[in-house]
Design a protein. Structure first.
Length: 637
């Protein structure tokens, strides 16, 4: 009997483990065969998710380091074709590429690519070179327009990001530089040297001048710092409708810590507020993930690092400092265990918030990798969000690849509503401390968890064409989820610019807001799940439901609401006086009113002005005249 019980438990555990492996390595069957080849040591590489031919399937550009870059065309059937040789990137031959980001820089409807470099290799030695801007010609070809756009300055660059920081509708550009100049070998010890060939570099802030040229405005906007830069990320951390800038620096304890610049738009100034906001972390920062993990309406930031990576949680408000909650939230993992049980130090690079199981909360993926040429296995992490706490779930999900990871991106390459993961892995140049399998680039397909979802794709007009930096807010049964369109994050990379919301078992999104950079707001209501919603900024008329055929007897909109709440009533309630009350989550009544409905076009409508004393938050409305009608939730902005 005891043996039978043991066998049953073993089989059950195996089946549960198999059922949990929801990510499948499909690299080979998808036609991806690429690895980032490092030149001497450590640096690179990244990937950008783009739909370069506007066919509705997302393509992927992956840098190659000293090797050839790859540009994978999504064939729409689960496979990719590498078109790097015929797409116009010949000028990258012999160049040591690092990161890549994308935007429609000239607003012609076709996404363009910006690729960072550290050097051109001639006879095995470094020669200074510039980064590269390739303009999409719209015919499957890209044209090198680096010089004509004013981006041909020789630099030792790592990460980059696009973002419209002056709200003129054209994506601007931030470029992070590591060394001021460099000679020697990259596999030698590095650190803060005040002068010489390994001095920390100035970064570049470029203003997009009407879509035809970039102008360096670093000094004009107050950015004169130096540092060992690994990336700059545009994000609206203070919720004031313009893009601020986070600068991620390596060797922060020896040179310049991380920096946070608050955009003082419409003034031409970025104000450095790092210390005041608790962002001046003197760490080996590699990358950053952005997401509102606790759904309080404010963005939070995970910064990848060697050993414990800080998780900075917003307290809300323009001047409230971030709190480092990495230990409290369960994201502190200074050491990892390989599948063989070996304990290793964690070295993290790419970082991505995403709702992998579509259960409405944000989980976190972290791409790890040894420093190279110091070689040892360093498994990736996936940290699953359980009621605001994060639990390691990588091994059971099939994502704990121990390869030499760097950049990572999130996308839905097969358009099934489940978010997939791509990780850029390096080739080894040293000798491994222990034997382990080191793979090249890996594509992990999400097999799904049975939950519903909604995707939103933006088409800007007066704003950025891809909506980079704009916010999308989805409201479901009183829960608020926000997404910020990525212009470059993770490590040297850029995620999909299509916003994704997991909806659990909910079949409708009650309301959705698009907050465009520049101030335009669009509202949509009663959106069915499991669809891609394409939002054109030109269609600024609010979308309202018109049919009551299958509606409940009492329905309100919008949610969230600012000052004026609308009610719709069907014949089940009728035309008699209606007494309603609004109360908060503590049961405190904030409004009681009797109203005579006004019938228009067969629909009874009521408008209710909310008192100024109502603070933002969750409220309930109920009809005292009809106690059998269930109360309705809504959010007050």
């Amino acid at each position: 009997m005891r043996l039978a019980i043991c066998i049953f438990i073993t089989i059950t555990l195996v089946l549960e483990s198999m059922a949990q492996r929801q990510f499948i390595d499909v690299t080979h069957e998808a036609g991806i065969d690429h690895a980032f080849e490092i030149f001497q040591g450590i640096f690179g590489g990244g990937a950008a998710v783009v739909d370069f031919n506007n066919d509705g399937f997302e393509d992927i550009f992956i840098t190659g380091g000293e090797g050839k870059d790859a540009f994978y065309l999504n064939n729409g059937d689960g496979t990719f074709t590498n078109i790097i040789d015929e797409a116009g990137f010949e000028d990258l031959n012999g160049v040591v590429t690092q990161g890549v980001v994308s935007a429609d820089v000239n607003k012609d409807g076709w996404v363009d690519l910006f690729i960072t470099t550290i050097a051109k290799v001639e006879n095995g030695k470094f020669a200074a070179t510039s980064n590269f801007l390739f303009i999409n010609a719209g015919n499957g070809k890209f044209v090198n327009r680096t010089k004509s756009y004013g981006l041909d300055r020789p630099t030792f660059s790592t990460g980059a990001a696009f973002g419209d920081f002056n709200n003129d509708g054209f994506p601007d550009l931030y470029v992070s530089n590591f060394f001021d100049r460099f000679s020697g070998r990259l596999d030698e010890k590095m650190g803060a040297i005040s002068e010489g060939d390994r001095a920390p570099a100035h970064d570049n802030l470029y203003l997009n001048s009407g879509g035809g040229r970039f102008v360096d405005v670093s000094e004009e906007y107050g950015m004169t710092h130096t540092g060992f830069g690994f990336g700059g990320v545009f994000t609206d951390f203070d919720n004031d409708g313009d893009l601020d800038l986070m600068v991620i620096n390596d060797f922060g304890y020896l040179a310049t810590p991380n920096l946070l610049y608050r955009n003082e738009y419409p003034q031409k100034e970025f104000k450095e507020v790092s210390k005041m906001m608790g962002f001046d972390l003197a760490i080996n920062a590699m990358g950053v993930g952005i997401g509102d993990y606790n759904m309080d309406g404010w963005m939070d930031y995970f910064i990848s690092n060697i050993a414990s990576s800080p998780f900075l949680v917003s307290q809300g408000g323009r001047d409230q400092p971030f709190l480092n909650k990495t230990k409290e939230l369960g994201t502190s993992h200074p050491n990892l265990y390989t599948s063989e049980g070996r304990e290793v130090s964690t070295i993290s690079w790419g970082a991505n918030f995403f709702d992998y199981d579509n259960d409405m909360d944000l989980d976190l993926f972290v791409a790890n990798g040894c420093l190279n040429p110091t070689i040892f296995p360093n498994p990736n992490l996936i940290l699953e969000n359980f009621n605001g706490q994060f639990v390691v779930n990588g091994p059971s999900l099939g994502l704990s690849d121990p390869s030499i990871g760097r950049g990572s991106v999130i996308l839905d390459y097969d358009n099934d509503g489940n978010l997939d993961v791509l990780v850029v892995n390096q080739t080894k140049i040293g000798k491994s401390e222990v034997p382990f399998q080191n793979y090249g680039v890996r594509l992990f397909r999400n097999e799904g968890f049975g939950n519903n979802w909604l995707k939103v794709k933006l088409k800007g007009r007066t704003s950025d064409k891809l909506g980079i930096g704009s916010r999308i807010e989805a409201y479901v049964k009183g829960i608020k989820m926000i997404r910020e369109i990525d212009g470059g994050s993770s490590h040297l990379s850029q995620n999909s610019t299509i916003a994704h919301f997991g909806l659990a078992n909910n079949e409708m999104v009650d309301s959705l807001l698009v907050r465009w950079l520049g101030g335009d707001i669009q509202r949509f209501y009663d959106l069915p799940a499991n669809q891609l919603l394409e939002v054109d900024q030109q269609a600024l008329i609010t979308s309202l439901p018109t049919s009551l055929a299958s509606d409940p007897p009492l329905k309100l909109f919008p949610s969230p609401v600012n000052r004026l709440l609308h009610l719709r009533i069907n014949d089940q309630i009728g035309t008699s006086d209606l007494e309603i009350e609004i109360y908060d989550t503590m049961g405190q009544v904030v409004l009681n009113r009797k109203i005579q409905p006004d019938k228009q076009s067969g629909i009874y409508k009521i408008e209710i002005g909310l008192p100024d004393s109502m603070s933002p938050g969750l409220y309930f409305l109920r009809s005292l005249s009809h106690p059998t009608v269930a109360p309705i939730k809504f959010l007050k902005e």
